[in-house]
Design a protein around this ligand. Structure first.
Ligand SMILES: [Fe+2]
Ligand SMILES: [Fe+2]
Length: 245
C-alpha cells in the first residue's frame, strides 16, 4: 500500500489548533507512530501522554517541546492511562519541567504512575471532572473504561472541540501522514481490532464521545482526524473488537 505523504516537515513540532502542538514522531520501520501533544495556554502549559523513555524517542519529543517553549513552563502532565508508550518518559521530563508539575491520571491508573519512579504529585481524575486553566479554558475528562485499560480516559478541550483520544482512533501504518487520509480507516482497523479488547467497552466510549461536539481527534498513535468525525465513529462501531484468540 502506498500513501501520498503530505508536504510538511515531520521533524518539527506542528501546530494543529489554537495553542495545540503535535510533538510526536513516526517510527516508519516499526509502522508505528507515537503522538504526544503540547497545549500552551499562556499561563498553563500541558504535556499530554509524553511517551517513551528510549533516547531515540524521548530526544525527539523533548526537542520538539523545547522548540515551542521553555519546558519549565509545563505545569501539568496528563497521562490517559499508564502504558509505557504514554508514561515511561515522565521521570525524564520531571528533570526539565516546572518542579511543581502535577500529573493528572484516571483514578484506576493513578497507582501505577509511581512504578515509573515519578516523583511529582499525582492527581487521580474522576469521570466528568474538569480542569479550568488560568485563562478560563476548560479541559474535561471522560473515562473510557477498558478501552483499553480499566482506568482509561480521554481529554476534551472545550475551546477547540478537540478530543485527545489516547489509544482510541489510533492506527498502525508504515506510510504515515500527520492527518488522516483516505487510507486511514484500514490502518485504524489494523490497530484497533487486536489492541482494544471489548466491544461493549468500545461502544460505551463511543456513546460518550457522540454526546460532545468534536472537530478534531488527536490519537496517541496514527494520524490526527480533522474531518469526517462521524465516519470514524461509525467505522469504530463496525470493528471486530475482542474476538482475537
Ligand atoms: Fe495503551
Ligand atoms: Fe498506546
Amino acid at each position: 500500500m502506498t500513501v501520498n505523504v503530505e508536504t510538511y516537515d515531520e521533524t518539527k513540532a506542528h501546530q494543529i489548533a489554537d495553542g495545540i502542538y503535535w510533538v510526536g514522531f513516526s517510527d516508519r520501520k516499526a509502522g508505528f507512530s507515537n503522538n504526544p501533544y503540547l497545549l500552551d495556554d499562556g499561563t498553563d502549559v500541558i504535556l499530554l501522554d509524553p511517551g517513551s523513555r528510549a533516547p531515540e524517542h524521548y530526544n525527539i519529543v523533548k526537542e520538539k517541546v523545547c522548540s515551542i517553549t521553555d519546558p519549565k513552563r509545563i505545569n501539568y502532565i496528563i497521562a490517559h492511562h499508564q502504558d509505557p508508550d504514554l508514561c515511561a518518559s515522565i521521570p525524564l521530563f520531571e528533570e526539565i519541567v516546572d518542579p511543581n508539575v502535577k500529573i493528572l491520571v484516571p483514578t484506576r491508573a493513578a497507582v501505577f504512575i509511581k512504578y515509573y519512579d515519578a516523583k511529582s504529585e499525582v492527581i487521580p481524575i474522576e469521570d466528568g471532572e474538569a480542569l479550568t486553566l488560568t485563562s478560563g479554558r476548560e479541559l474535561t475528562f471522560i473515562h473510557t473504561p477498558y478501552v483499553h485499560f480499566a482506568g482509561s480516559m480521554v481529554t476534551y478541550d472545550v475551546k477547540t472541540k478537540t478530543v485527545f483520544s489516547s489509544d482510541i482512533f489510533g492506527a498502525f501504518s508504515i506510510d504515515w501522514n500527520l492527518y488522516a487520509n483516505e487510507y486511514y480507516l484500514e490502518a485504524f482497523k489494523a490497530f484497533t481490532e487486536p489492541y482494544l479488547g471489548s466491544k461493549p467497552a468500545l461502544d460505551n466510549a463511543l456513546d460518550k464521545l457522540e454526546k460532545i461536539e468534536i472537530e478534531m481527534i488527536c490519537p496517541q498513535h496514527g494520524s490526527i482526524i480533522d474531518k469526517d468525525i462521524h465516519k470514524y465513529i461509525e467505522a469504530a462501531r463496525e470493528l471486530e473488537v475482542g474476538t482475537w484468540t
